[in-house]
Ligand binder design. Structure first.
Ligand code: MUC
Ligand code: MG
Length: 371
């Protein structure tokens, strides 16, 4: 059944975080969600979200640029047109717009939501069908203070909300970062999986030293230790150490995944709908990884509930050997959905209703939307 797109509206929504979230390149106190509403024929409405981290400090598209790309270039291409599915939608977008995967991800998500609602099926069904109803979710400890992180980790373990943690390092001296990671590992106990994300902050020499120390200290996974362009360096690290590497910034699309795997990379890929251009595109990278024997991880750009749910529908259709980090909504003080997602026992449930299976709260959208 083809879906005819009638109009597309877009908002920048600013929501404060529950505490400062410190990464190697920025400290976040607020998250900006670019929210898209796609109105289709027969009154069907689809919603999508594109979210990045720290303006332009993480990726090449800022929230303002995402909104502008949608309103100025992508919406005029799509409005008034009918599409049989996300493949046709992507063909049209890619024929006239290079890159801009965050903007395309919001539109692909909104289209899938609309198509799912029109057909009366969840988005996961459009993506191949869910294998899992609930997915594991870790939490990132990133207050910037070792003792505060330990306190936060212990509280979340006691509440049973998470049982695995990722630490953000790379902003400080290597010795300080290693001490920080190993102190948290010792305080939270051997049963708890501790991973680190360096967000590209080290050069290869520092990474060699850091990987050895983190491996000896029992850290389970090291994410993106060196710059995204250093493909050969990432392959070398993955082959030299037993602690696995998680490629994040280095692997956005299936083409990146293919190049790394062909070079002999071993480890895992962090899938993110925004990096790839939408849930369907992210699953194409998953297929390349599966073909190459590379493990999978469900990644977040710290999206609100809308972007998180779009990802969950995709991640539910594949086996994620390293679980997911889809905790974005829990980092925000508020959200724009009527019913929050169900996070408990280290997991989150994938909604079962038609489309994305969540409802937008129009009052909240208006309240948080930038004027
Ligand atoms: C990233 O690079 O992984 C995901 C979790 C988190 O705390 O930050 C993001 C970005
Ligand atoms: Mg990362």
């Amino acid at each position: 059944m083809s879906i005819t797109i009638e109009s597309i509206a877009c908002w920048l929504v600013d929501i404060p975080t529950i505490r400062p979230h410190k990464l190697s390149m920025t400290t976040m106190g607020c998250q900006t969600l670019t929210i898209v509403r796609m109105t289709c024929a027969q009154g069907v409405v689809g919603w999508g979200e594109a979210t990045t981290i720290g303006g332009l400090s993480y990726g090449a598209e800022s929230p303002e640029a995402i909104k502008s790309a949608i309103e100025t270039y992508l919406a005029p291409l799509l409005c008034g047109q009918s599409f049989s599915g996300p493949a046709a939608l992507a063909e049209t977008m890619n024929a006239s717009v290079k890159g801009n995967t965050f903007a395309k991800s919001a539109l692909e998500t909104a289209f899938l939501d609309a198509q799912g609602k029109a057909l009366g099926v969840p988005v996961s069904t459009l993506l191949g069908g869910a294998l899992y109803e609930r997915l594991p979710v870790l939490w990132t400890l990133a207050s910037g203070d070792t003792n505060k992180d330990i306190e936060e980790g212990k509280r979340l373990l006691a509440e049973g909300r998470h049982n695995a943690f990722k630490l953000k390092i790379g902003a400080r001296e290597l010795a300080t970062d290693v001490r920080h990671a190993l102190a948290i590992k010792a305080a939270l106990g051997d049963e708890v999986s501790i991973r680190v994300d360096v967000n590209q902050a080290w050069d290869l020499t520092t990474a060699m030293k850091g990987m050895r120390q983190l491996q000896d200290g029992g850290i389970d996974l090291v994410e993106q230790p060196i710059p995204l362009w250093d493909t050969q360096g990432l392959i070398t690290l993955s082959q030299r150490f037993e602690v696995p590497i998680l490629a994040d910034e280095a692997v956005a699309t299936r083409h990146d995944g293919y190049a790394l795997a062909r070079g002999g990379f071993t480890g895992a890929y962090a899938l993110k709908i925004a990096k790839a251009g939408g849930p369907v595109q992210a699953l194409k990278l998953a297929q390349v990884a599966q073909a190459a024997g590379v493990a999978l991880y469900g990644g977040t750009m710290l999206e609100g509930s809308l972007g998180t749910v779009a990802s969950l529908h995709a991640w539910s259709t594949v086996r994620m050997q390293w679980g997911t980090e889809m905790f974005g909504p829990l980092l925000l003080k508020d959200d724009i959905v009527v019913r929050p997602l169900d996070f408990s026992h280290g997991q989150v449930s994938v909604p079962k209703g038609p489309g994305l299976g969540i409802e937008i709260d129009d009052d909240k959208l208006r309240h948080y939307a930038r004027q």
